[in-house]
Design a protein around this ligand. Structure first.
Ligand SMILES: [Zn+2]
Length: 96
């Protein structure tokens, strides 16, 4: 029996998921990835074996069957970016 690595709930359900994998500046989306999904917290676990196959797929394919647009956002609180250019945390209200 396996347990959710996040909340410890037993027996995550086997499902096929759509996942985005990042590798440097490149992002790839892979559909129908077999994974274990926790019905309580929704945590998605992908086995090492499946991850190896994903890497093979991504490396081996000259061009993917189709392309999707991925939009890039930076998280902000009320218009104030929390992380500075140097990666240090700023005060959420913007004050000292
Ligand atoms: Zn869980």
């Amino acid at each position: 029996m396996s347990f959710c690595r996040k909340c410890g709930w037993p027996e995550p359900q086997h499902r096929e998921v759509k996942e985005v994998f990042g590798c440097g500046e490149r992002f790839v989306m892979v559909e129908r990835v077999p994974a274990s999904v926790c019905k309580v917290c929704g945590d998605v676990t992908i086995s090492d074996e499946v991850m190896d196959r994903v890497r093979e797929l991504v490396r081996g394919a000259a061009s993917p069957p189709r392309e999707v647009l991925i939009e890039a956002f930076t998280f902000v609180w009320d218009g104030v970016q929390v992380l500075g250019e140097d990666g240090t945390e700023r005060n959420r209200t913007g004050g000292p």
